[in-house]
Design a protein around this ligand. Structure first.
Ligand SMILES: [Zn+2]
Length: 297
């Protein structure tokens, strides 16, 4: 008490000011500084480790390594560091193998879900012995050149043509949807042509139907078929044909009338005629080199 009185008398106000910070407050402030400092150090260490892992300078954070070692084989802890490293490495391989298997699994589903050319429906078979059902109404949209194509499959056609273009190959449509009337006109023209060569009408019809489908039996009536680039057999010598052979199935198209399958299709070799069936069906048909008839049999 006396000392305090003396200080006050001397006009020394310092002890008074110091009293504003209690011991508790000082301790708290020091703790706060320590916590902030530790947090900073932890952050820097974490950051450096992350950077090292990212730059492939170290394999994986040692925390994971030790966890895996313990899980893998408890005896390893007693062995020397070389063995620990070995176990850590095999453990790493196992760790990498697991996500790969997961990717493979989800990949199958993703492929179908993300494939815009996937077709759940069985393709419709149209041919000389399989006329288009009388109640069939095609769902058509206009495409360039005044042609019409199936609304659902038009994206596949456009995408295929764009992909070809990117590969330096030009594809252009010579024929797409044909109405019953236009098919009748084409067929009549072809019959007249064979009559002109000196055939009787019956024979002319037989010959004509090898080249032009009888009305109601042409795939062009479905809106799902296109003739591309050239109506000559020599089309199969072009880069466009080779590109189509390699890629048409990716977009859900098949070459509908192969050379060695005319006895099955009853239609002459047409390397220019492509039919949309969906990529899942098309890939099997093109890979096996079979016809739609064989695929559906
Ligand atoms: Zn055609």
């Amino acid at each position: 008490m006396n000392q305090d009185k003396k200080r006050r008398a001397n006009g020394n106000s310092r002890p008074k000011k110091k009293k504003r910070y209690s011991r508790r407050q000082i301790l708290f402030n020091r703790l706060l500084v320590l916590v902030v400092f530790l947090a900073l150090v932890f952050g820097v260490v974490k950051g450096v480790r992350w950077a090292l892992v990212k730059l492939d300078i170290i394999d994986t954070p040692s925390v994971f390594e030790s966890e895996v070692i313990v899980k893998d084989n408890k005896e390893t802890e007693l062995q020397d560091t070389n063995d620990e490293e070995k176990t850590a490495k095999t453990a790493n391989v196992e760790e990498q193998a697991e996500p790969a298997a997961e990717e493979e699994y989800t990949g199958i589903d993703l492929e179908n879900a993300s494939d815009p050319y996937y077709e759940a429906q069985t393709p419709m078979l149209v041919g000389p012995n399989n006329p288009i059902p009388s109640d069939f109404v095609p769902n058509l949209v206009d495409i360039y050149g005044g042609y019409k194509f199936d609304k659902k499959a038009v994206k596949a056609l456009n995408d295929m043509m764009e992909a070809a273009k990117k590969d330096g190959v030009s594809l252009y449509v010579l024929s797409a949807y044909r109405s019953f009337e236009s098919q009748t006109r084409l067929f009549t023209q072809k019959v007249d042509e064979y009559v002109g060569y000196g055939n009787d009408k019956e024979t002319a019809v037989v010959y004509a139907s090898k080249w032009v489908a009888k009305p109601g039996t042409s795939e062009h009536g479905t809106g799902l078929a296109v003739d591309l680039n050239s109506l000559e057999e020599s089309f199969d010598q072009t880069a466009a044909y080779k590109w189509l052979q390699a890629h048409c199935a990716e977009y859900g198209f098949i070459m509908r009338y192969p050379k060695d399958k005319t006895d099955i299709t009853k239609i002459n070799y047409e390397p220019w005629h492509y039919r949309y069936v969906g990529s899942n069906h098309a890939k099997i048909i093109m890979e096996k080199g079979i016809t739609l008839e064989e695929y559906l049999a």
